[in-house]
Design a protein around this ligand. Sequence first.
Ligand code: UDX
Length: 457
Amino acid sequence: YMAPGKEEQWRRRCRLVLIPLPFQGHISPMLQLGSILHSKGFSITVLHTTFNPPISSDYPEFRFVSAPDNLSDQAVPTDNLLFFISHINVKCRVPFQECLAKMVEQGREEKEEIACVIYDECMHFSEAVAEHVKLPSIVLRTTSASTYISRNAIVRLKADGVLTSQGSTSQELVPGLYPLRFKDLPVSKIGTPEIFLQFITDINKTRTSSSPVIWNTNDVLELPSLQEIQKQNHVRIFPIGPLHGVAPTSSSSLIKEDRSCITWLDKQIENSVVYVSLGSLASIDKKELAEMAWGLANSNQPFLWVIRLGSVDDLEWNKLLTEGFIEAVGENGCIVKWAPQKEVLAHGAVGGFWTHCGWNSTLESISEGVPMICKPCFGDQRVNARYVSRVWKTGIQLENICDRGLVEKTIKRLMVDEEGKKMRLRAKYLKERVEISIRDGSSYNSLNDLIELIRSF
Ligand code: UDX
């Protein structure tokens, strides 16, 4: 029961402003969060960069505002991401603050005030900008809780001189971070060590930030890490993920999805297809492409392979695949530039996912009960891969793909062998537990707590 005065107050204060980082793996969870909060009665404005903007027509129920940030219209500089993220944080501060001030004004006029700003952890300038216009803010963390903890550990290990700036290739376990080895730490080899340390300090800001935190994870997957985080921090945390499973949401793809692969999947036997995708940023060289291709072909399993434009360092990659490969594979393989991934993973024909273990892909695979072959490329992906193979035990980590024999053997282990069958059973069980957590377990409760907090602002 709510007193009429209170209800009236809320009706006036129910717009939320979301600030995503302009990369696919970050835009998606932010829009999914928007859909969840919209389904709970909030109005949503997405305040975004001119660079790599979300596709507003997919979300007619949201308002989209593009800030004049002067970020040049370029391709995502995948070889220099950290520098680019810090550049975004510098460039966006003033224009985002101006936009936000106008929105506050408009909210008053429309009698629909803004309750708070929710920003991606990498858009850390947003907290000060919200504060400036006297709005509370909440952070959305789009990686796993264990990644957050391992980033903090890097700062500590570097200060102790245990870890050099180039990271480590050591197989030894990191004390206190089981099951992570030194080589799994999300150390970046890109840019200078100073830029990387600054990056971690900025996004993991815990002692200086007072923003509560939304996590795209939950207790079923990461209870010990979440407990550790809550112990270390004074701000409240809300693990409400996997976000894409909470409320129905439109596609948030920045690239057009090729739906022809669904027709191809319809013709395949249940649980037989290996789905292969390395996400929106990772790339491989032509040697890796060839070894992957022949490993897949020699395994005789049908496969659906996403080769994103620009993801192979040789622009003529399709020529590399013609030398006998297409004939060898025939109807057994389907290659597309971009797939409707969530739908693919939900398809009964898909029996395994060869993934780079980006956090979104990992969560999507877990939510559909699909076991994985993990081939992490950089950053948090190594942490996720280790959790898949060692904690949830729903996948096999491929430590070296430059060998077609190993690729073939690993595919057979997952798709045919007894070992793979056990993984599939565990994956189905994990899927059920995650579903329960969303339906009436810990994620559900955290979401209610979050809504209560927003309404109390
Ligand atoms: C980036 C980082 O690389 C990742 O490690 C981090 O956790 C999030 O940000 P990305 O590499 O793109 O993300 O991977 P991922 O997090 O898996 O996100 C990719 C998204 O693109 C997924 O939601 C996936 O469903 C979607 N996708 C991918 C498609 O819709 N179609 C495809 O063909 C491939």
